[in-house]
Design a protein around this ligand. Structure first.
Ligand code: SAM
Length: 230
């Protein structure tokens, strides 16, 4: 069985897609996608030796070697342009996901859908999508084993379309903000508590310019999120 987190990612893979899963680790996601007919074939990319070998073993064990190509390398460098039409990148920080997409821009030719699951820093991923002509078409938020995860789905289009209040919605997610679910409220209440603690620390420490800037930035975020949770 796949985790609820990866199942949510998989639920957005268009039927028959040629999937590239970047940072695949055990290759659970491409194996599941091929076995359940979401993907017609897949490429699993891994930069690290151990996970790369685990991915190879899992694909072999699942009898999927004819459908899944396991490749070692950084980000999208393992793809030929036009090779995949759907890309998943899950379980990494938003900064790393944005870096991988930016470094591999020319490999996105022919890609119709990106399904991204940043563990932290989803804002950086939304910002990248907005700046590069990818329109968010769906978002999910879910809780599993006490952790809260966000899944972002994007296609080429009018990248501004989903946003009404850009600053707040880059942070919170335009769809998630409007949905305003229990899990969403829980996530952001936790964040506000964290930020308030940091603000109090910065206030106690006082006066450097960097600390003041950081404090103002966090106070702004608290304000935006509190407004969204009203
Ligand atoms: N995607 C799986 C999931 O969501 O369960 C695995 C997540 S795991 C925490 C992150 C994986 O990404 C690690 O196996 C790591 O080696 C791989 N990774 C990190 N940076 C990468 C990069 N630049 N290119 C390819 N893989 C990368």
């Amino acid at each position: 069985r796949l985790s609820k987190r990866l199942e949510t990612v998989a639920s957005f893979i268009p039927k028959g897609a040629v999937l590239a899963d970047i940072g695949s680790d055990h290759a659970y996601l491409p194996c599941y996608a091929c076995l359940h007919g979401c993907a017609s074939k897949a490429i699993a990319g891994e930069v690290a030796d151990g996970p790369f070998r685990l991915a190879q073993q899992q694909v072999e064990k699942s009898g999927l070697s004819h459908l899944i190509s396991v490749r070692k390398g950084d980000g999208l460098s393992i793809l030929a342009p036009g090779e995949a039409d759907c890309i998943t990148i899950a379980g990494m920080g938003g900064a790393l996901i944005a870096r991988i997409l930016g470094d591999g821009k020319e490999k996105l030719a022919g890609v119709k859908r990106l399904i991204l699951q940043p563990n932290i820093g989803a804002e950086l991923v939304r910002r990248w999508l907005l700046d590069h002509g990818w329109e968010l078409v769906a978002e999910r938020i879910l809780k599993e084993d006490g952790q809260i995860y966000e899944v972002l789905v994007a296609e080429r289009g009018d990248a501004r379309r989903p946003y009404r209040h850009l600053e707040a919605e880059l942070l919170l997610g335009p769809f998630l903000r409007r949905e305003n679910s229990e899990v969403f409220r829980e996530k952001w209440k936790r964040e506000i508590e964290n930020w308030k603690r940091i603000i109090a620390d910065l206030t106690a420490k006082g006066q450097s310019e960097a600390a003041e800037r950081k404090k103002r930035e966090l106070e702004r975020k608290v304000q935006l999120v509190e407004e969204a949770l009203l």
